[in-house]
Write a protein that binds this ligand. Structure first.
Ligand code: SAM
Length: 171
């Protein structure tokens, strides 16, 4: 589903993209990005301590990227989303899978923070179990000028959203 969404983004596969994988866990999606965009640099970050992914560690994520042959282009950092600021990275593409649903009501503040990291050229592809999609979509509509929902058949609450045109641009 992620690569199908990438197919429709206005980037070329060969672009030197900067990609941020939020809550990367063991780095699976980071590697999917590196494979799809062979010139991209991918940064994945995670606390590597959350109950939603037991026994994860930055060492395991790094080892996975190495086994996949991407250790020169996929890096990882141990960071907490709420204590991080990735505005200066000026990332072209943000990806995240199954992360915000774990944050309870704080996810709504997380969306605000995320929107501040984006530029007018950035795209975000977020896959989430949206248990209260009405609330989340209202918040996301306030923050992004363009929201597309991709078809999904994984679970009735799982949606893959492509977000762009943040209303308050990363200065
Ligand atoms: C269900 S796992 C998904 C991992 C990965 N995205 C995937 O699809 O395999 C949720 C991830 O979110 C991370 N996470 C939860 N809260 C976080 C926070 N405040 N900052 C960074 N990562 C966080 C967890 O550590 C965990 O690795």
């Amino acid at each position: 589903m992620f690569t199908e969404a990438f197919n429709d983004l206005p980037f070329s596969k060969d672009d030197d993209l900067k990609i941020l994988d939020i809550g990367c866990g063991l780095g699976f999606l980071s590697c999917v990005c590196a494979e799809y965009y062979p010139n991209a640099m991918v940064l994945g970050f995670d606390t590597f301590e959350h109950a939603s992914l037991k026994n994860s560690s930055i060492a395991k994520a790094k080892s996975n990227a190495k086994v996949m042959g991407f250790s020169d282009r996929v890096r990882f950092q141990k960071r907490d989303f709420f204590r991080s600021d990735y505005r200066k990275g000026r990332f072209d593409l943000f990806v995240s899978n199954l992360v915000f649903e774990n944050l309870g009501k704080r996810r709504l503040d997380a969306y605000e923070r995320l929107a501040r990291w984006a530029t007018l050229r950035s795209y975000m592809v977020l896959g989430e179990l949206f248990f209260d999609y009405e609330t989340d979509s209202k918040r996301l509509e306030k923050l992004f000028g363009n929201i597309q929902e991709r078809p999904s058949s994984i679970h009735r609450s799982y949606r893959l959203l492509v977000l762009s045109k943040p209303k308050r641009e990363n200065p």
